[in-house]
Structures are given as C-alpha cells and as structure tokens.
Design a protein around this ligand. Structure first.
Ligand SMILES: *[C@@H]1O[C@H](CO)[C@@H](O)[C@H](O)[C@H]1NC(C)=O
Ligand SMILES: *[C@@H]1O[C@H](CO)[C@@H](O)[C@H](O)[C@H]1NC(C)=O
Ligand SMILES: *[C@@H]1O[C@H](CO)[C@@H](O)[C@H](O)[C@H]1NC(C)=O
Ligand SMILES: *[C@@H]1O[C@H](CO)[C@@H](O)[C@H](O)[C@H]1NC(C)=O
Ligand SMILES: CC(=O)N[C@H]1CO[C@H](CO)[C@@H](O)[C@@H]1O
Length: 493
C-alpha cells in the first residue's frame, strides 16, 4: 500500500493522522472509510479501517502491554500518566471540539462542553488508581484477603452521538484499574478519537496500553467481540448490536460484557410544578439536545391533564425559538442528524406516526440547508400506547406528548416499555417525587431536571437498556475481578 496516500494527513487547524493507532503508532488498515460532514454532506477525509487482521494486531499489542508491565505498574504511575493526558486534552480543547463538531455536527459550544467533560472523567478516575483495595477476612485459623485485579484486555465499541465522551467513559475506568484497551470508534465519527490517540502517545503511555482503531461494526467490532484474547467488551449502542455482542461473547471465550443500550425515557410533569417554564425548559433540553440523538432522551413526555394545554403551548413556543442550522454558528441550537441514512430512518417514523393516527403537532419535515442532514424538531400528540412512535427508540428530534390522570396511571404508562435507561419527574411535592422515582423502572431518575450525567454518579440501564454500570465508583466493579487469597495460619482440616 502506498503510505503517502493511505495516511492522508488531514489539515483543518491542526494535523490528524488517519491511521489505526496500535502500539503507539499510526498504521495502515485493510481499507479506508470516508468520513462525512453531516452539516454539508461533503467528505471531510478518509481514515484507515481495521479488518480482522488489524483487530488481532491491536488485541495482541494490548495483551503484551498488559502482561508486560501495565498490570503491575504502580498506581501512582498510572495516575500521573492520566493527569498528564487530562492536561493535554485541556491544552487542545479547541482543536478537539472543532473536530467533534465537524465530524458529528453537534453545536460547537456543546462539543466544547464534551471535551471539558473528557478531562474531568480522566482526572476523576485517575484518583481511583491508588484507592483500589479489597478486604481482610478472618476465617477461623485461616486468613483470607481479597484483591481487586484488572480483567486484562478490554474492548470498547463506541457510538457516534458523543464520540469522545463515550470513548473516555470506557478508557478511563479501564486503565485506572490496570487493564489495557482496544477502542473501536464509530466509522462515522473517528476524528476526535484519532486526535486523542496522538495525545495518548504524547502523555507517555507505554505502547499497547491504549489502542484506538476505526472500522465497521460487522467487521472490526465483530472481530473484537469474538477475539479469544479480548477479556471484556464494553459497548454503547443499539439493542440489536448489544444482542450480537452477547452472542459473540457466548460463542468465543465468554468474555465479560457491559452494555449501555437504547431508551424511550418518560418525562413526567405533575400539575403542582412550581414553575412551568422551568419544566418546559428542561423537557426541551431532555429531548432536543444533540439533535435528539441521545440514548437517555426524554422522548415520551407525560403531562397531567390540568396543565396539558398550557404545557404544550409553552413547549411549542420554546421549541420554535431554537435555530436549526450550521453547528459552528453560535446561535444554533440544533445541528444536523449524523447521516443521510439516519435522517431517512427518523423521517420514516414521522410517516409511521401519521399513518398510525397520531397528530404531527409541530415540525416533521426535512430542512434544506447546504446539503446537510437537518430536520425540524418534531412533536406528536394524540398518541396511543401501542403506537410504534410510543414504543420504539427513534434516536432523533421527535417527541410524543401524552396526558395522564394521576400518579398510579402515569407510573403504569411510564413503565410500559422494554427499556429502562432514564426517567424524569417534575413536581414540587417531595413525597410525590420520591414515591414516583422509586416506582419508575429506570437506571437514572431526574427530579425537576433532565439529562444530568456526571463522572461521579452511576449510569446504566434497567430491562433491555443494558447490563452493568458506567461512571462513578460503581463502574470499577465492571473493570476488575476479585481474587480471594486464603492463608492457613495453623489449623487442620
Ligand atoms: C478487507 O476489506 C475488504 C473490502 O475492501 C473486505 O471485503 C474484506 O473482507 C476485508 N478483509 C478483512 C480481513 O477484514
Ligand atoms: C423543583 O424543585 C425545586 C426545589 O424544590 C424548586 O425550586 C423548583 O421550582 C422545582 N421545579 C419545578 C419545575 O417545579
Ligand atoms: C404530596 O404527595 C403525596 C403523595 O402523592 C400526597 O399524599 C400528598 O397529599 C401531597 N401533598 C400535597 C400538599 O399535595
Ligand atoms: C458489573 O458490576 C456489577 C456490580 O456493580 C456486577 O454485579 C456485575 O456482575 C458486573 N458485570 C460485569 C459484566 O462485569
Ligand atoms: C414498581 C412498579 O409500579 N412497576 C410497574 C411499572 O409498570 C409496569 C407496566 O405497567 C408494571 O408491570 C410494573 O409493576
């Protein structure tokens, strides 16, 4: 392969190497993938795509790095490297944010927030490096102690909606606990991760500790999920791919898996809210942020009947005030959807909703703007529980608004889903807030707000929304395994 053409250095305000980052080097893949600017539909550049052979090379590199020193590296050294990496992310926050916006289409100020989050996550988990320890258990004449050991080589398969944030959700807990990792980025949004890869090398991590490759899910993702030396997979994405990963794990080495899958999160507004405008603000943020492309999006809004009309009116007004357009424009609230295919999929749900008899109250159309994949924020009313737009994850700027009578009624409706990622409750009555939060089948419940996700609070799904937890101290259990050592002091059997 011609190295000069295959490693087209892509110039924007900075250089990004478009190879596969394995063993601290950028290398060639099996073929290339074009990455597209969703705001224009134009090709930004081509990146190297991993085939099964390169996945194997990356896993072998991670395996060697694990046994060759990272596993036994001192916690202090791991923390020092992680803080150095966080420093570099902060230094390059603007480059990383521009790349994220260019590749993913999210408004620039949101991308900047994402990058700051990345450094916060790295520092948070760096703090755990030297705080991982087990217990001492006195077992009658024998002394037992437990050790929390790393699992080995972790594989991470990450989505395109929060590319660099999802990467760090997996990289930070994996490496602080002494694992090594192979990350596969989404083929649609590889650029910020490639820039990040250069920072990994600059920070001084040993070759093979963090490997970052791009490729298609059915090729590179599948090879990683089936690899016999990949000891764990952490995946964020759709339920169907989650199933495929469980199957691949079952058919190979029974690797451990954590999955963070879809959602159809309810957002419940009681008529006792102190400030309806505030509830409207959060509800709009909960569904239309990131162009609705969020697994935890509050895509089913339930409003108590007495305030339903007023809520819908205010909601509509606020939604219409948001500009859909160029993500580099400071006044833009909503950028493009990620791809033509995805936009078409969302648009097909608009047709489905109408055919099922729901009212498309607001939006529902494509927005023609410079060849980009834009659409109007869309609100459906007159929806019924069995409609597909009520049951299926649309993963776009589409929300359904329903009425409810009382607490019992809304809990029943809210839980009536295969998903269980998140939920929100708006009320000024603390008893009601707690009663409803406890009854909701969801991994996160937000009271009087939506979409609050932080590094120090656990995140994950009930029901078909996932397995395991990410973020916070709880995540560490999913990156370690427990060994019990039993010492016979002087006892006979
Ligand atoms: C390499 O890429 C080609 C397409 O360019 C594909 O058909 C083939 O399956 C890939 N090989 C591997 C080993 O992934
Ligand atoms: C949520 O609770 C806080 C604290 O009680 C209150 O100030 C706020 O107005 C409430 N929000 C709504 C929408 O009721
Ligand atoms: C608060 O909610 C509880 C539980 O739903 C209810 O029993 C109580 O009457 C409510 N309090 C007020 C002041 O509305
Ligand atoms: C994840 O951690 C939880 C404890 O928080 C544990 O019950 C579960 O088995 C772990 N799953 C995996 C795949 O590590
Ligand atoms: C805790 C609780 O009330 N769970 C209910 C949620 O709603 C589903 C479906 O309506 C019920 O089956 C659960 O019992």
């Amino acid at each position: 392969m011609n190295m000069t053409t295959s490693f087209a250095l892509f110039l924007y305000f900075y250089l990004v190497n478009t190879g596969l980052f394995i063993n601290n080097e950028f290398v060639a893949g099996n073929n290339t993938i074009e990455t597209i600017n969703p705001a224009t539909g134009k090709v930004i550049t081509s990146v190297q795509a991993a085939g099964s052979q390169q996945v194997n090379t990356a896993v072998e590199a991670a395996h060697k790095a694990f046994h060759g020193g990272w596993k036994t590296s001192t916690p202090r050294n791991r923390a020092r490297l992680m803080h150095k990496l966080a420093d570099l992310v902060e230094r390059d926050v603007n480059d990383l944010a521009h790349l994220e916006t260019l590749d993913n289409g999210k408004p620039l100020r949101n991308a900047q927030r994402d990058i700051i989050d990345v450094s916060n996550y790295i520092r948070y988990f760096a703090g755990f490096c030297d705080k991982l320890h087990g217990k001492v258990i006195d077992t009658q004449g024998k002394l037992s102690y437990t050790v929390h050991e790393p699992i080995g080589v972790c594989g991470a398969i990450i989505p395109w909606n929060f590319p660099i944030v999802m990467l760090i959700w997996k990289v930070a807990p994996a490496i602080c606990t002494g694992n090594t990792i192979v990350v596969k980025t989404s083929e649609m949004t590889p650029l910020s991760a490639l820039k990040f890869a250069a920072l990994v090398k600059e920070a001084g991590f040993a070759p093979g500790v963090i490997n970052i490759i791009t490729g298609y899910g059915h090729i590179a993702g599948d090879s990683l999920a089936r690899h016999m030396k990949c000891d764990k997979i952490a995946f964020t994405g759709s339920v169907n791919v989650g199933r495929a990963i469980m199957k691949a794990a079952a058919e190979s080495n029974l690797k451990k898996i954590t999955l963070e899958l879809g959602g159809k999160s309810p957002n419940i507004i009681f008529d006792d809210v102190e400030n309806l405008d505030e509830a409207v603000f959060w509800s709009r943020f909960g569904i239309f942020y990131n162009a609705g492309q969020m697994c935890f999006a509050g895509s089913r809004i339930y409003v108590q009947e007495g305030i339903y009309d007023e809520f819908v009116k205010k909601f509509e007004k606020l939604v219409l005030s948001g500009k859909v357009g160029c993500p580099f424009d400071k006044s833009t609230f909503q950028g493009p959807q990620i791809s033509e295919t995805h936009l078409n999929r969302i648009m097909s749900y608009i047709d489905i909703g109408k055919k099922e008899g729901a009212t498309c109250h607001l939006g529902g159309k494509r927005v023609n703007n410079n060849g980009g994949y834009f659409m109007e924020p869309t609100v459906f009313t007159d929806v019924k529980p069995d409609m597909r737009i009520m049951r299926e994850e649309i993963f776009g700027p589409v929300v359904v608004i329903c009425k409810f009578k009382d607490t019992k009624d809304v809990i029943k409706q809210a839980n009536d889903t295969i998903f269980g990622l998140a939920a929100s409750v708006f009320t000024s009555n603390i008893t009601r807030a707690v009663t409803v939060s406890n009854a909701l089948e969801a991994g996160s419940v937000w009271v009087n707000c939506t979409s609050i996700v932080t590094e120090n609070s656990p995140f994950g799904g009930y029901k078909q929304s996932g397995i395991g937890r990410e973020n916070s101290e709880y995540a560490l259990a999913n990156y370690t395994q427990i060994k019990a050592v039993k010492i016979n002091l002087n006892s006979k059997l």
